[in-house]
Ligand binder design. Structure first.
Ligand code: ZN
Length: 488
C-alpha cells in the first residue's frame, strides 16, 4: 500500500505567505498530508503529473446564486460543474426568501433544511450558504444560523425598497415578501449580527454582506435615461449610476460603525465605489470592512457588449473602461480583498429583448482563475500568490472556512487546481459547462486555464471534461479543524 492516495508531482505550488514553491503534494483521506521535494510515483496509488504547470488552491467562489431562476437541484448540479472549469472547488451561495428562489417566505428553520436537501448530492464542489434576513421575524434566527446552522454570513440589499424595482413590474414589498425591509430592519440586523460575532466570532468571523445601490436615485435616473435612445447596456449603466453605489457605501459605513458589525461590500463596480470605500475606511479605521469585485466588472465594459443583446444586464451594471481600470487598481493595491463571479444562471429567454423586464445576472464562475490569470497575471503583473489570495485564501478567511479551505498546507482539504498558464482559449457558452445558453464573455480570449480540478483529493475535472461524480458537501461554517491525518 502506498503512503498517499494521490501524489501531485512536478508542479510549482502557490502557497499563501510562501510564494511559489517547486514541490510535490501528497494527499491522504481527502486532505493534504505532505508537501515534499520528491515524492515518487510509488508513494501514491494515483499520480497526477503537474510538470510545467502551476498548482493553485481551489478557488472559493464566494458570491453565487444557486437556484435563483431555476430549481435548486438543477442549478446545484450544472452550475457547480461550471465552477470546476474555472478552478473553484467551493462556492458560497446567497439565498433569500421572497420572489425567485423558492418564491416564498417563512422561517429559515424550515426553509434552510429544504434548501440543503435540494442541494445535497447534486453539487460538484463543496458549498455553503449566505442568508439574507428579509423579515422581522427572521431577525430572531440570526443567532441560530450563525451558531448552529453553519451560516455565519448574511446579506442586505440596499435597493430593495420603494415602489418600483429597477422598473420591473414588482413593487418592493411583494418582491421581498416583507413589510419591514428598510434601514430600521438593516440596523436591527447589524446589531444581531454584531452580537453573534461577539459571542461566536472567535471560531470564525460573523459578517454582513451588503449590496450597495440606492433605490430612490435609481428611480430618478431611470426616468431621465429611459427615452434617451442610447444602447441598452449604456442606458442601464446610466440608470444605476456609480453615484448610487457611492451613497449606499457611505450609508452602510455609518450604520455599520454605529452597530460595530463586520461588513463585506459586495461586487464594487465603479471608480466612485472605490473612492467611497477608501473614505469610509478612513472615517472608521477600526471597522472591519472588506471589499469584493466581480470577474465581469474587471473584464467587461458596456461598449464591448453593444449590439450583443441583454445578456450583460446585471446589478450593479457593467460600466466603463475608467471603472475597470479603477477596480484593477483596487485589486492590485489590496483595497479589494477578493474576486467572485456573482454567478446566476439566467437563460436567454429570461433576458428577452427588452431592457427593463430582462432579468439581471449571468454566470461567470468558470472564469474565476482564467480572468485573474489572463487580465491579472499576464496583463498587469499580479503575482500568482496574490491571485491565490484573491480567489481562495481571502474569501476563506472572511467567511470562516480557513484554514481547511483556502490554503495549500498540510492538514487543509486537498482542493487544488492545476493550471496551464499559457493555454489560451476564446470563451464560448459550451466551454463554460453551464446550463446558461449564452455568455456576455463570449469572444473574450483568456490565457491561463485550469487543466485539472481536484476536490478533496479526487480529480473531478480534467482537460475540459468532467471525470468524477458530484461529491460536494455542505460547508457547515465555521469549518472546524479536522483531526490530523494518521501518521503513515
Ligand atoms: Zn449576487
Amino acid at each position: 500500500m502506498s503512503r498517499y492516495d494521490t501524489v501531485v508531482t512536478g508542479g510549482r505550488v502557490v502557497m499563501a505567505g510562501h510564494g511559489v514553491v517547486r514541490c510535490d503534494v501528497g494527499i491522504k483521506d481527502g486532505r493534504i498530508a505532505a508537501l515534499a521535494e520528491d515524492l515518487g510515483p510509488s508513494d501514491g496509488d494515483e499520480r497526477v503529473e503537474a510538470a510545467g504547470r502551476v498548482v493553485l488552491p481551489g478557488g472559493i467562489d464566494s458570491h453565487f446564486h444557486i437556484g435563483i431562476y431555476r430549481p435548486i437541484e438543477l442549478d446545484a448540479a450544472s452550475e457547480t460543474e461550471s465552477s470546476l472549469v474555472g478552478g473553484a472547488t467551493s462556492v458560497l451561495s446567497y439565498f433569500r426568501t421572497g420572489q425567485h428562489y423558492l418564491n416564498k417566505s417563512g422561517p429559515y428553520r424550515e426553509i434552510l433544511p429544504e434548501v440543503l436537501a435540494s442541494t445535497a448530492g447534486q453539487a460538484y464542489v463543496d458549498y455553503g450558504y449566505h442568508i439574507a434576513i428579509m423579515t422581522t421575524s427572521q431577525l430572531d434566527e440570526i443567532e441560530w444560523l450563525a451558531a448552529e446552522a453553519g451560516v455565519p454570513s448574511f446579506k442586505y440589499y440596499m435597493f430593495y425598497k420603494g415602489l418600483n424595482l429597477a422598473a420591473s413590474s414588482a413593487d418592493a414589498a411583494s418582491y421581498t415578501m416583507s413589510d419591514s425591509y428598510d434601514f430600521g430592519h438593516l440596523y436591527s440586523m447589524m446589531e444581531r449580527i454584531a452580537a453573534a460575532d461577539a459571542e461566536h466570532g472567535g471560531s470564525g468571523r460573523v459578517s454582513l454582506s451588503i449590496h450597495c445601490e440606492n433605490a430612490e436615485l435609481i428611480k430618478l435616473f431611470i426616468e431621465r435615461v429611459r427615452d434617451a435612445g442610447k444602447p441598452p447596456l449604456e442606458t442601464y449603466h446610466e440608470a444605476r449610476p456609480p453615484l448610487t453605489e457611492r451613497l449606499s457605501i457611505h450609508e452602510a459605513g455609518v450604520l455599520a460603525d454605529a452597530a460595530r458589525v463586520r461588513i463585506n461590500l459586495l461586487h464594487l463596480s465603479s471608480d466612485e465605489a472605490m473612492t467611497a470605500t477608501a473614505q469610509v475606511r478612513q472615517l472608521y479605521p477600526d471597522l472591519d470592512i472588506r471589499a469584493e469585485t466581480t470577474l465581469h466588472h474587471l473584464c467587461l465594459t458596456y461598449d464591448m457588449l453593444e449590439g450583443k443583446g441583454l445578456g450583460g444586464k446585471v446589478n450593479p451594471p457593467i460600466r466603463t473602461r475608467r471603472d475597470v481600470d479603477a477596480l484593477w487598481r483596487g485589486v492590485i493595491s489590496g483595497a479589494i480583498q477578493w474576486v467572485a463571479s456573482d454567478h446566476a444562471c439566467c437563460l436567454e429567454e429570461l433576458k428577452r429583448d427588452e431592457l427593463w423586464p430582462a432579468q439581471p445576472g449571468f454566470g461567470g464562475t468558470a472564469l474565476l482563475y482564467p480572468v485573474l490569470l489572463s487580465e491579472g497575471y499576464h496583463k498587469r503583473g499580479l503575482t500568482l500568490e496574490r491571485i491565490a489570495e484573491l480567489a481562495s485564501t481571502n474569501p476563506a478567511r472572511a467567511y470562516a472556512c480557513y484554514p481547511r479551505k483556502g490554503a495549500i498546507a498540510v492538514g487543509s482539504d486537498a482542493d487544488l487546481t492545476i493550471v496551464d498558464l499559457d493555454l489560451e482559449q476564446v470563451v464560448t457558452p459550451e466551454l463554460l459547462h453551464s446550463a446558461q445558453d449564452h455568455t456576455p464573455f463570449a469572444g473574450v480570449s483568456l490565457r491561463g486555464w485550469p487543466v485539472r480540478t481536484i476536490v478533496r483529493g479526487r480529480s473531478v475535472f480534467a482537460d475540459g471534461d468532467v471525470i468524477g461524480p458530484p461529491t460536494g458537501e455542505f460547508l457547515h461554517r465555521p469549518l472546524a479543524a479536522r483531526p490530523a491525518v494518521a501518521r503513515v
